[in-house]
Design a protein around this ligand. Structure first.
Ligand SMILES: [Zn+2]
Ligand SMILES: [Zn+2]
Length: 540
């Protein structure tokens, strides 16, 4: 192997000082011969489409128990198969996964997409064709358009080794190449390199805006592709695929049977960041086939689907207290004498701005002074910066403070999808009152109305650092992920771990709620909570 790459490097002038053309900058090499060598070694031009099958796993991105740990492993992806058609710009993935707590829109990757209920059936399909994306929960079910995922799923096609090479040789890719010594790299699915090796990194613009790096290792195979993608919580988030176990498909084509994927930095030491999630997909796909693909028909219901407007439904819970729903996650707004407090800033900035505009209609001319965040799962965090921007102080459990301060409430530029903070940086980040942490109990009040905020003890494996909020006069409790009224499949064992914790924390704080206002689902009475969840008694 070593000999092969040295020969390749020599051939492109790296070993001699005479170096390539004069317009190649120091540290760089001429990309053209590298592209040629890699295209030949992998059989890029002979591969029009590829199908592969095997077993896979997926990490639940943004759902870690503590911020410094990896994404939790979701239910295994069994009978996994995927077909990527480079000519037709399509990819279809199918797998079998236990229904249950997974949102139906959960592929591996960026987690919960708005507006989707929990997965109900075993067989899942996720597809992209050109600019259209969709998923299907169960055989013969109605396809659900996923317009906001189309670009990312296209990007995945062009981040496969062959996809990258097809994209990198287009003139608009402006491909460059650099050289470096790589010290070795290992991961959950085994070492991709175990020895110091001289590598070339090709860098190309893909889909007009993603600068994708591809590391070329010995034998002129692509070992890794890396770029950044926009993420509502992490900003310009690291996104990479690693490839191992190359198989000969015949006719000069090789393709990797081993895949590994990161969302976030593979950052075991958490330097300089706190967030530790990274392993989001992996698998081994020994069964492969090439150039045997049918065109993928985009379902009619998907063809016409535009990105839906962010509808905000308002339900009055009590005088001056509202639940703002209309999608997969609610927020609650509570009016005080001089200010408004909001519980939860879920999903993303688009959603949060829609909710904020609605609150302003309900309560004109009072500042939204506080945003209470129930916990640090990313689907509950995407609007934190938005609320900071309109003047709110973030209230969260002390467990989350460092993570929020270092990675969310900061001036780091977000270039791929700039948000309000990035576009119009507020002075408060450097000199304001941006975050308040809660240890056990915290009360917001104006002398008339009180909102009590409680730490939820002993919640189990869902997350650390959970808060719930209680209006004692109105007897309304606001909670996220402890109890999702009516959303769990019928066959799921009740009460769940979080439902038990919810009940216990209400009891031990001597709260007497009449109404449960959830972040997921519709508001229900406390009695309905007991009816829905108690099967063998909730006390134990
Ligand atoms: Zn959660
Ligand atoms: Zn949730």
């Amino acid at each position: 192997m070593r000999k092969t790459i040295l020969a390749a490097l020599a051939a492109i002038g790296l070993q001699t000082g005479q170096a390539a053309a004069q317009d190649v900058l120091p540290g760089h090499v001429d990309p053209a011969p590298v592209l040629d060598a890699v295209a030949k070694a992998m059989g890029v031009d002979k591969l029009r489409c590829v199908s592969f099958a095997g077993t896979a796993y997926a990490g639940q991105v943004g759902q870690n128990i503590t911020q410094d740990t990896d994404w939790p492993l979701g239910e295994p992806l069994e009978e996994y198969e995927r077909t990527i058609d480079f000519d037709r710009k399509s990819s279809v993935e199918r797998f079998t996964r236990e229904p249950g707590m997974n949102p139906a829109s959960w592929k591996y990757g960026p987690g919960w997409r708005g507006g989707t209920p929990l997965q109900e059936n075993e067989r899942q399909a996720f597809a992209v064709s050109g600019e259209h994306a969709w998923y299907v929960d169960g055989h013969g079910s109605e396809p659900v358009p996923a317009p906001t995922s189309a670009e990312l799923w296209q990007l995945d096609i062009w981040m496969t080794p062959h996809g990258f090479m097809k994209a990198a040789r287009l003139p608009e890719a402006h491909t460059t190449a650099i050289w470096r010594w790589e010290l070795g790299e290992s991961g959950r699915d085994g070492a991709t390199t175990s020895d110091i090796a001289k590598v070339i990194v090709l860098s190309a613009t893909v889909l007009g805006r993603y600068r994708v790096n591809a590391t070329v290792r010995a034998g002129n195979l692509i070992q890794r592709t890396q770029t950044r993608v926009p993420h509502p919580v992490l900003g310009d988030m690291n996104y990479e695929h690693e490839f191992t176990e190359w198989k000969d498909l015949g006719n000069g084509v090789v393709f990797p049977a081993g895949w590994h994927h990161h969302d976030g930095w593979d950052d075991e030491r958490q330097v300089p960041l706190l967030s530790g999630g990274h392993n989001s997909f992996g698998g081994t796909f020994p069964r492969m086939r090439m150039n045997d693909c049918e065109p993928v028909a985009v379902p009619d219901s998907v063809l016409g689907a535009a990105r839906p407007p962010s509808a905000v439904d308002v339900q009055e819970l009590a005088h001056g207290a509202w639940l703002l729903g209309g999608t997969s996650h609610n927020s609650a707004a509570i009016e005080f004498k001089d200010f408004v407090a909001v519980v939860e800033a879920p999903l993303n900035e688009r959603r949060s701005l829609a909710v904020i505009e609605r609150i302003v209609e309900l309560v004109p001319d009072k500042p939204i002074r506080y945003l209470i965040n129930t916990h640090a799962h990313y689907d509950h965090l995407g609007g934190l910066r938005t609320y900071l921007h309109i003047g709110a102080t973030i209230l969260t459990h002390q467990r989350n403070r460092l993570f929020y301060e270092s990675e969310l409430l900061n001036y780091e530029p977000r270039t791929l999808q700039p948000d309000m903070v990035s576009l119009h940086p507020p002075t408060e980040i450097s000199e304001g009152y941006t975050i308040e942490d809660v240890d056990e109990k915290y009360i917001l009040g104006d002398g008339e109305r009180f909102l009590e905020i409680y730490y939820v003890q002993g919640i189990g494996t869902h997350v650390e650092g959970m808060l719930m909020a209680y209006l004692p006069k109105e007897r309304i409790i606001i909670e996220g992920d402890l109890y999702d009224p009516g959303l769990l499949p019928k066959e799921h064992a009740r009460p769940t771990e979080t439902e038990r914790a919810f009940f216990r924390n209400v009891e031990q704080n001597r709260l007497q709620p009449l109404l449960v206002a959830p972040i997921h689902g519709a508001a229900v009475s406390w009695e309905e909570f007991l009816n829905e969840t108690v099967q063998d008694g909730i006390e134990e």
